[in-house]
Design a protein around this ligand. Structure first.
Ligand SMILES: NC(=O)c1ccc[n+]([C@@H]2O[C@H](COP(=O)([O-])OP(=O)(O)OC[C@H]3O[C@@H](n4cnc5c(N)ncnc54)[C@H](OP(=O)(O)O)[C@@H]3O)[C@@H](O)[C@H]2O)c1
Length: 253
């Protein structure tokens, strides 16, 4: 089955598409023939991505301002969508780091606002439109393997991603009646621009040795699972969390 072909012609909104995995998912969807809208706060990064996609022959790519923590910004973003939406990719996320015992409350709140309140706001917006129009949309939440296990120094992040896992299941249950599917991808450690320096450090190298497949993920390692969830290739699949992590979740204790 050609998973990419099953996304052709669909309209996909990717949040947090100004860098890293979000930009990668936007390129992937566009390369499959989907119409892509990319959203985030850093407009200049979005415009550079749109120019890149345009140059590759994509049509109708839109860059939309979005702060997922702000209900007005989410409403404006959905109002500005250039066409009815088929796929929402909740990718925007921040990690926040530091020992829990001394972590400023603002840091906890920021992680929850971005990683939990954000997908709640965008998902409920999308679902209302789909329910009212009868369109059968699908949501892909970008969770993490820390939704299942924990890592030191990122307690709020782990809490938020575990919450996102449960949000995925709860909304899948409520919205199955509308034909709306909600699934989550749980990547392991994937090298992107924000963590490249860490993985080059001794601590980062030690972490890589604990991954059973002994290497970091590359963004394209996520493609097949992402397309399975984003396309209509698995129409009876909802409420699932799919890890793609080089075996990290099954590493020996
Ligand atoms: N890289 C990994 O190893 C890994 C592993 C598991 C899960 N993930 C998840 O994958 C997603 C992407 O991570 P990444 O590694 O690609 O990191 P990244 O390069 O820092 O990307 C994060 C994106 O989120 C956006 N964002 C942050 N706060 C936002 C807000 N309030 N409103 C709208 N957009 C916001 C950022 O855009 P602006 O700053 O322009 O708004 C940026 O485009 C995250 O949810 C992360 O938790 C990553």
């Amino acid at each position: 089955m050609d998973l990419g072909a099953r996304l052709a012609g669909r309209h996909v909104l990717v949040t947090g598409a100004s860098s890293g995995l979000g930009a990668h998912f936007a390129r992937l969807c566009s390369g499959c023939g989907a119409r892509v809208s990319v959203a985030a706060r850093r407009r200049e990064r979005l415009e550079a991505l749109v120019a890149q996609l345009d140059a590759a022959g994509a049509a109708g790519v839109a860059a939309l301002d979005l702060d997922v923590t702000d209900p007005d910004s989410v409403a404006d973003c959905f109002a500005a969508l250039p066409a009815p939406l088929d796929v929402l990719v909740n990718n925007a996320g921040i990690s926040g780091s530091g020992a829990a015992v001394d972590l400023p409350l603002e840091s906890f709140d920021a992680v929850m606002a971005t990683n939990l309140r954000g997908p709640w706001l965008t998902s409920t917006h999308a679902a209302r439109a789909w329910r009212d129009s009868g369109r059968q949309g699908t949501i892909v939440n970008i969770a993490s393997i820390v939704a299942e296990r924990v890592a030191g120094g990122v307690a709020p992040y782990a809490v938020s991603k575990a919450g996102l896992k449960q949000m995925t299941k709860a909304l899948a249950l409520e919205w199955a009646r509308y034909g709306i599917r909600v699934n989550a991808l749980a990547p392991g450690y994937v090298e992107t621009e924000i963590n490249a320096d860490f993985f080059a450090s001794p601590a980062g190298e030690a972490l890589i040795k604990r991954i059973p497949m002994r290497r970091l993920g590359r963004p394209e390692d996520l493609d097949a699972a992402f397309l399975l969830l984003a396309s209509d290739a698995a129409p009876w699949m909802t409420g699932a969390l799919v890890p793609v992590d080089g075996g990290h979740l099954v590493s020996g204790l």
